[in-house]
Design a protein around this ligand. Structure first.
Ligand SMILES: Cc1cc2nc3c(=O)[nH]c(=O)nc-3n(C[C@H](O)[C@H](O)[C@H](O)COP(=O)(O)OP(=O)(O)OC[C@H]3O[C@@H](n4cnc5c(N)ncnc54)[C@H](O)[C@@H]3O)c2cc1C
Length: 381
């Protein structure tokens, strides 16, 4: 196992960090206060080439491997300190564009990927429904073939990017009685007749990263927009969507940034006539943060390394997703504690990450279901 970062990757990561520090970090706090997505930042990400980073070169992307992609996601969040913009990017590229790149037809790839790589079309992945969360196989959205179109009916909720997306990777059932066996994936365009989205839902954090509902009412989707065969959606979800499983890499960058801020603060903030970093209880908090950062970084490298070798990452992904999002929550909590009262102020950079980390333990499969998956894989029961 070799996680050596090549010279080319190091130079690229440096350039991503410089870009994020200069173009994304300024105004990140204000954008969260206003609670509006920044299209200006989005355009900058597109110009820098990040929106198509992992999309194959043939379709206008940079064709980066998983290792380069996670390094960029970490660096961008570490230096940009904007979890909302990072999340919108990761959702667009890893949850929407990469399923098309990996599972789509040649025609679908040509139609969607170049525009997505340029950021002209934004993507999202729509699985969760009001009555179907952890149990995705119980979803109620149906797809009925009608000539050369499918008619989609149903609704989705808590979908990242939905209020502003153009391309909706949508899970619907062609036969509800078959449960998992009926699940099918469709690419639905914003201008398909019969699709509507609701306003951004009000969350505790990540205010400038819209999350919302989608409604399908006799929504006419061309049959050519079906990804894979009917009933193949659940397997695709379990096995082929490996890119989605590295979408939590930005949490590592966030933890690294929080730790760096805490170390600096502990060296300069004085109480009882000495820097608070002299107190062993403060050092313990820093040490615990450092252990979480290092373990999380190694798990992310391991996952990317395995993905680049084409190995199955199901068990590793469940372990890493659970550990890293929970570590990010612990780190954010400790960071606030190190900063004391200032840590509770919205202008303080470290405190803002706590709610984002909490939501990370829910989106993409809760910590409970991930533990269940790990347990099932261990026991085979
Ligand atoms: C900020 C945010 C962004 C999101 N973005 C997206 C997105 O882009 N696309 C998308 O499709 N979805 C998205 N989601 C939805 C997310 O995937 C679901 O919220 C999640 O899968 C849980 O579903 P639920 O909310 O219905 O909770 P439920 O499934 O109702 O779970 C409630 C509680 O019961 C527990 N539970 C349920 N079943 C079991 C079980 N078998 N064993 C043990 N415990 C169990 C859960 O762990 C949880 O604690 C997002 C959610 C959030 C918060």
């Amino acid at each position: 196992m070799d996680f050596t970062i090549t010279e080319e990757q190091r130079l690229f990561v440096d350039s991503v960090e410089k870009f994020a520090r200069k173009e994304i970090a300024p105004g990140a706090i204000e954008r969260e206060e206003v609670g509006e997505f920044s299209w200006e930042c989005w355009r900058k990400l597109a110009e820098f080439g990040l929106l198509g980073l992992s999309i194959p070169e043939k379709y206008g992307g940079a064709g980066a491997d998983a290792m380069t992609t996670i390094l960029a996601l970490m660096a961008f969040n570490r230096a940009g300190r904007d979890g909302s913009q990072t999340g919108a990017w990761a959702t667009h590229m890893l949850l929407a564009a990469m399923p098309i790149a990996e599972l789509g037809t040649e025609e679908q790839k040509r139609k969607y990927l170049p525009a997505m790589a340029k950021g002209e079309k934004m993507g999202c992945l729509a699985l969760t429904e009001p009555e179907a969360g952890t149990d995705a196989t119980s979803l109620r959205t149906t797809a009925r073939l009608d000539g050369d179109h499918y008619l989609l009916n149903g609704s989705k909720t808590f979908i990242s990017n939905a209020p502003m997306a153009d391309v909706f990777i949508t899970f619907a059932s062609v036969d509800l009685s078959k449960r998992a066996g009926g699940l099918t994936i469709f690419i639905v365009d914003r201008d398909c007749p019969g699709i509507a989205t609701g306003p951004p839902l009000k969350k505790f954090g990540a205010h400038s990263w819209p999350t919302g509902e989608i409604f399908f009412e006799d929504c006419r989707v061309p049959a050519a927009n079906r990804i894979g065969r009917e009933g193949e959606g659940f397997n695709a979800l379990l096995t082929s969507l490996g890119w989605e499983r590295i979408a939590f890499a930005p949490f590592v960058g966030q933890m690294e940034a929080d730790l760096a801020d805490c170390v600096e603060y502990a060296k300069t903030r004085r109480q009882f006539g000495r820097p608070i970093g002299k107190f062993q209880l403060v050092q313990a908090m820093l040490a615990e943060m450092k252990m979480d950062v290092e373990a999380s970084r190694l798990m992310t490298y391991h996952l990317a390394w395995k993905k680049d070798r084409g190995e199955f990452i199901g068990l590793d992904a469940a372990i890493a997703k659970t550990f890293i999002t929970e570590a990010a929550q612990r780190c954010a909590d400790r960071a606030i504690q190190v900063f004391g009262g200032y840590g509770c102020m919205r202008e303080c950079p470290v405190g803002r990450t706590l709610w984002g980390a909490k939501m990370g333990t829910i989106g993409g499969g809760t910590s409970q279901i991930q533990r269940t998956i790990i347990g099932r894989m261990l026991t085979g029961l």
